[in-house]
Design a protein around this ligand. Structure first.
Ligand code: CTP
Length: 400
């Protein structure tokens, strides 16, 4: 059950293009068990309609301080008292400036002044507006006053630029909000996570890789950090933003992944092997581009080290070692085989190669196998799933 069950979330939507994601956010908050009421600024109405947000939240959307009928139903002070959490997503540069000044010139800013509920803002704006000293000063002031700031993330922006300023994804915002309600179960623990694919070079322009997106490993690292752990994330070549509050080490090949994991291993309480590490690499890397000649060519491949098995047998073995098994078929059989041969404490098995689950998708389902038990984690967002796995790890550490 999500920690958001029974929470009353007041969602403030301000006028940025990311407002289109607020619809998904409302849906996910409700799926997590929260009751949601939406307040839009005048600017937000240029990007998304109140009808959409009303249909998804199941309640009329408030837009104005001066709406007599709405005030008669639930006055703005009542609404401010009703909320147990306030989330402003997207929070534009203008909204942040108005909050920092303590203005009450529309319904949303008035509610933010009048509420005693904790406030989280999810900034979203052009990268230069984000980097501007005025925006940063406003944020520093808001943080000082106890406002939580979630994101922004880096990446492509609606304006065509690339950089910091994208609103954090709705699934991640919901997971963060839920985690903030829980006691930090991994406080004082050290967690090492490997994530993503590895690329094994054939020549200066070609490599052997795999379809791992790194999303599940990144979600696990983020969830561990949210649970209070000191997290080191060793990432293969992926295009993902670094989650908040952790240390990231980038690697490319299986050999680099192996070296980085072993170097970081001493002192870790948990190892999560979510990386899809190549089992074979070219026996030799050609110095120059391989030219085509024959109709077929032979590649000579050699085995790489099995990082998970080495970690599980290491003198500095963490108290919890979790492996993954990505399978196209015979999930249980192969997963149990890997549990027995590589000897982690548990193996999280998922199906890959099917549309809508596994490597490249936002959602995932897993079955966790350990000696003497198994548990099915039904399909949900990778952020939610990561939270559930981190909870399982916290239980394991408490028992161990
Ligand atoms: N793994 C590892 N080192 C490798 C290969 C895999 O540490 N060289 C780890 C992965 O991080 C994962 C687990 O082993 O936690 C299982 O990975 P998977 O690719 O499913 O299994 P393989 O051992 O590669 O077996 P196969 O390819 O035969 O299914």
């Amino acid at each position: 059950m999500s920690a958001l069950q029974g929470q009353r979330v007041l969602l403030g939507v301000s006028g940025g293009i990311a407002a289109y994601k607020s619809a998904d956010l409302v849906r996910r908050l409700r799926e997590a068990g929260a009751e949601v009421r939406v307040v839009m600024t005048a600017g937000a109405a240029h990007f998304i309609t109140a009808t959409t947000l009303q249909a998804l939240s199941g309640h009329p959307v408030r837009e104005s301080l001066w709406d007599a009928a709405a005030e008669a139903a639930m006055g703005h002070i009542e609404l401010a008292r009703w909320a147990t959490r306030v989330l402003v997503a997207p929070a534009t540069a203008d909204l942040l400036a108005r909050l920092a000044q303590g203005r009450a010139d529309d319904l949303l800013t008035t509610l933010c002044l009048a509420t005693e509920a904790p406030i989280t803002v999810a900034p979203a704006m052009n990268r230069l507006m984000w980097a501007h000293a005025a925006t940063q000063a406003n944020l520093a002031l808001l943080r000082q006053r106890g406002v939580a700031v979630s994101g922004p993330d880096s990446g492509g922006q609606a304006c065509g630029e690339t950089g910091e300023g994208r609103m954090r994804e709705p699934a991640d915002l919901v997971a963060e909000l839920a985690a903030a309600l829980l006691p930090p179960r991994l406080a004082g623990r050290r967690v090492l996570v490997s994530a993503g694919p590895t690329f094994e070079d054939l020549d200066p322009v070609r490599f052997l890789g795999n379809r791992s997106s790194g999303r599940m490993g990144f979600a696990l690292a983020a969830a561990a950090a949210r649970a209070g752990a000191e997290v080191t994330l060793i990432a293969g070549p992926v295009k993902l933003a670094t989650p908040a509050g952790l240390r990231r080490i980038d690697v490319r090949s299986a050999a680099e992944m192996h070296a980085a994991v072993l170097a970081e291993l001493p002192g870790q309480d948990v190892y999560v092997g979510a990386a899809a590490i190549a089992d074979y690499r070219p026996a030799a890397v050609a110095e120059r581009k391989i030219k085509k000649s024959e109709a077929t060519i032979q590649l000579s491949l050699e085995r790489t080290a099995d990082v998970l098995a080495e970690v599980a047998a290491h003198p500095a073995r963490p108290r919890c070692v979790l492996g993954f098994a990505a399978e196209t078929d015979e999930l249980a059989g192969y997963a149990l085989g890997k549990l027995a041969s590589k000897k982690p404490d548990a193996i999280a098995a998922n199906r890959v190669g099917l549309p809508g689950s596994g490597f490249d998708s936002e959602e995932n389902a897993l079955t966790l196998y350990w000696n003497g038990g198994e548990r099915v984690f039904p399909s949900t967002s990778k952020a939610q799933l990561a939270q559930q796995l981190i909870d399982w790890i916290a239980d394991w550490l408490e028992r161990a």
